[in-house]
Write a protein that binds this ligand. Structure first.
Ligand SMILES: C[S@@+](CC[C@H](N)C(=O)[O-])C[C@H]1O[C@@H](n2cnc3c(N)ncnc32)[C@H](O)[C@@H]1O
Length: 213
């Protein structure tokens, strides 16, 4: 795993600037996120937190799945991303905050969804962030993480090789994201029943990790 990443301030500036252009990533991220949404196993009435919501492409699905009487919440550090999410998901509670310190009481949520965000966070910060995820979840409920990961076949290994080479030169050119393997860290953070699947789309491998708090 690559150690170097972009700072929180750079991430905010980058995603404020990217705005809707960020949707281009759907070409290689959509299938993994769809698998993640299926594994999230949402039900009406649940409180669900989407951490690093981006342009909110999945937020309407979350809203519909927990309605009626559910609580869909979307957090992001980028105000621009939250504005776009508002246009796409009118019933979501928006929260402008940093993933490092979630501004919610302990045991507030029944589900947590976080896609392509941990892969732009410094490795040293990940245990603390997973601790925050565990804290805001009720016990015996599910979390789904989707991140870029290492290649699993010839094509995806080649794509990751090129991605990594570009990342070494300019992390910003890759949206700050680099491949991760989260399973072990998730277990160390106190989650149980951890599973991992890899979904490849257009040669880009993504891991879909599920865990129970
Ligand atoms: C690669 S995008 C992924 C967006 C969305 N989850 C998706 O899958 O399309 C990363 C998102 O994380 C947000 N982000 C980056 N660093 C953050 C931080 N420290 N705290 C909260 N959000 C952050 C960015 O603003 C951006 O919206």
């Amino acid at each position: 795993m690559i150690e170097k990443t972009i700072s929180t301030a750079t991430a905010r500036r980058l995603y404020d600037w990217l705005g809707r252009r960020h949707d281009v990533g759907e070409r290689y991220e959509r299938l993994a996120k769809e698998r993640g949404l299926a594994l999230l196993d949402l039900a009406p009435g649940q409180a669900v937190l989407n951490v690093g919501v981006g342009t909110g492409k999945e937020q309407q699905v979350l809203e519909t799945a927990v309605s009626p009487h559910g609580l869909p919440v979307a957090l992001d550090i980028s105000r621009k991303m939250l504005q776009i999410t508002r246009e796409r998901a009118g019933h979501t509670r928006l929260c402008e905050a940093d993933i490092h310190a979630l501004p919610f009481a302990s045991a507030s949520f029944d589900r947590l969804f976080c896609t392509y965000v941990l892969d732009l966070i410094p490795l040293a910060d990940l245990p603390g962030i997973l601790g925050e995820f565990h804290r805001v979840l009720r016990r015996d409920v599910r979390m789904v993480l989707v991140s870029l990961t290492e290649g699993v076949d010839r094509g995806s290994k080649l794509v990751v090789g090129v991605w990594t080479a570009v990342y070494q030169i300019s992390p910003v050119a890759c949206g700050g994201c680099r491949p991760l393997h989260m399973e072990k860290m998730v277990v160390q953070a106190g989650f149980r029943d951890v599973t991992r699947e890899v979904v490849v789309q257009m040669g880009v491998p993504s891991e879909v990790v599920t865990a129970v708090a």
